[in-house]
Design a protein around this ligand. Structure first.
Ligand code: MSP
Length: 521
């Protein structure tokens, strides 16, 4: 019998991660920044684990909402979209977002793909002409489930009056997919977090209605081939952006080849308000077109500000450009990912933000790095001390080795808050360790130099591991920490970097450079 060598290498996966494609009706806000930062952390985590990641973000540029915004500004929709799309691109660059693709639904590739997709759905017999009546919210670009005689109904999200619509549209036969969607929802991991699954199961159990996929009165959209005057409904067009994004610019669009470019998506990360589109309509559309379904849909919570919904009319919208310019990316990324349980709603509170950054980043992580590198510089000529002690108990090493798999699992589940808290606990314990050992007293006796070297090495190594663990969420701060430790030859795969003992004795520390400041407001 032929024997196979045991291969312990972790299997490389193809991971396609998406943010929603943001409406360009207005400049980017903190809500879209929140989703994108979380996706970025997740994409970085998978890359660090050696997976091939396709991280997609982009913008949703068609529909009545955008058309009206451009009309109000008295510019063409094309010009308006160009301007806001550029703002998104610039913002993501400023926030160190590591997206591999940026799709605009006005890209010509996308138009071709939408037409191909429509042909497939039509060939499956899933398109019919129908009549649609109902209350419509232009902000959501969605019909609301309300009776005709509702008096001045408003949208609970946009707080604006709904518009009565009565039109002839093309419909997608969603009802045909009732059974298939029901069995998809039986898969426990399809919708996450689990708390959002029931709400979708309930909705589906009432029976799925066909939904309209074209509009007669909206000029700013992709034309429906063979149906003069109809443009595609913005949601039909936008969801397909996830597919167009993957097709390289120099390749012809061919839906039959989409799997070789990274489809199906491993995860769609979206806000809870658009879960229905992603967990019901989108899978049905894909089934109709004979394409694979996404593996998971994650609906995260909403951010409020000081207990209030953020809105332009209230004038309390947090501007991500202002935030990054004033506080820097590390502070905001840390606050958003460490304080809000991903999946649940969160409230942005200024005082809490300032306290958290000063305590966690400046006092705990920054202080750990400063004091450890300063002692090393002063007592060991700027070099990582050699640990000559055979010491069977090494509490920091033990804690680091326990913390690492926990943090990795948390990242894998998108439990960023929990991952941050473990990392912080490791850093705080290292600070306490120094307080208890009091190396500044020990070093006064020259005979203690070896034992101090042992302790300092442990704390330096713990700080290095903190820096490596921070990589997915705070890439910028992580490289500053590692730099200050003189740890520049990082391994390709972070699992190697996460092994205890990688900081080489006698390696030099660079000149000191403060990397974290307290917020003074
Ligand atoms: N264009 C559609 C998505 C199409 S995906 C094929 C859309 N765009 S959006 O710009 O209105 O919203 C994008 C995302 O931002 C949504 O996931 C939404 O949940 C999220 N957020 C909007 N406001 C938010 C908060 N206040 N807090 C957290 N996320 C929020 O919908």
């Amino acid at each position: 019998m032929r024997s196979h060598a045991k291969n312990n290498k972790p299997k490389t996966m193809n991971i396609t991660i998406t943010t929603p494609l943001y409406y360009v009706n207005d400049k980017p806000h903190l809500g879209s920044t929140y989703t994108t930062i979380a996706c970025d952390a997740y994409a970085r985590f998978h890359r660090l684990n050696g997976n091939k990641v396709n991280f997609i973000t982009g913008v949703d540029e068609h529909g009545q909402k955008i058309q009206r915004t451009a009309e109000l500004k008295k510019i063409s929709p094309t010009k308006h979209c160009e301007k806001i799309s550029m703002e998104y691109k610039a913002l993501w660059k400023q926030w160190s977002i590591s997206n591999d693709f940026f799709i605009r639904t006005t890209d010509s590739h996308h138009q071709t793909l939408v037409n191909q997709f429509f042909e497939r759905v039509k060939a499956s017999g899933d398109i019919k002409l129908g009549h649609q009546q109902g209350w419509y919210c232009v902000g959501c670009e969605e019909y609301k489930d309300l009776p005709k005689d509702a008096i001045k109904p408003t949208c609970s999200i946009h707080l604006k009056e709904l518009e009565w619509r009565d039109e002839e549209n093309l419909f997608f036969c969603l009802s045909k997919y009732q059974k298939q969607i029901e069995s998809l929802l039986e898969r426990e991991d399809f919708i996450q977090p689990a708390s959002r699954r029931n709400e979708i199961i309930n909705f589906v159990s009432k029976g799925l209605n066909d939904f309209s996929i074209s509009r007669l009165n909206v000029e700013w959209g992709l034309k429906v081939p063979g149906h003069e005057g109809h443009t595609f409904y913005v949601w039909f067009d936008a969801l397909l952006g996830y597919l167009s994004a993957l097709i390289p610019d120099d390749k012809d669009v061919n839906l039959s080849e989409i799997e070789q470019y990274g489809w199906p998506a491993y995860i769609h990360i979206i806000g809870k308000d658009i879960l229905r589109f992603h967990a019901i309509y989108w899978p049905a559309m894909l089934l109709s077109a004979g394409l694979e379904l996404p593996k998971k849909v994650y609906g995260h919570g909403f951010l409020t500000r000081e207990g209030q919904k953020m809105g332009k009319s209230i004038g309390n919208v947090l501007d991500p450009v202002f935030l990054i310019n004033k506080y820097g990316e590390d502070a905001i990324r840390w606050y958003l990912l460490s304080d809000f349980k991903f999946g649940q709603d969160g409230d942005f509170q200024h005082k809490r933000f300032v306290d958290l950054i000063n305590n966690d980043l400046a006092n705990t992580i920054g202080n750990l790095l400063n004091r450890t590198t300063t002692m090393t510089r002063n007592w060991y000529e700027d070099k990582v001390p050699r640990n000559n002690q055979e010491n069977p108990t090494n509490e920091l090493k033990d804690l680091a080795n326990k913390t690492i798999p926990k943090v990795v699992n948390y990242y894998n589940d998108l439990s960023f808050k929990e991952a941050c808290s473990e990392i912080l606990n490791l850093a705080s314990t290292a600070n306490l360790y120094l307080n208890n050992i009091q190396p500044w007293k020990l070093i006064k006796e020259s005979s203690n130099k070896d034992i101090v070297a042992f302790h300092l090495y442990n704390v330096l190594e713990t700080t290095r591991i903190v820096g490596i663990l921070l990589k997915p969420i705070l890439p910028n701060l992580s490289s500053k920490i590692l730099n200050q430790l003189g740890y520049n030859n990082q391994a390709q795969n972070w699992n190697d970097d996460l092994k205890w003992g990688k900081l080489l004795p006698s390696s030099s520390l660079p000149s000191p450079c403060p990397i974290l400041y307290k917020i003074e407001d």
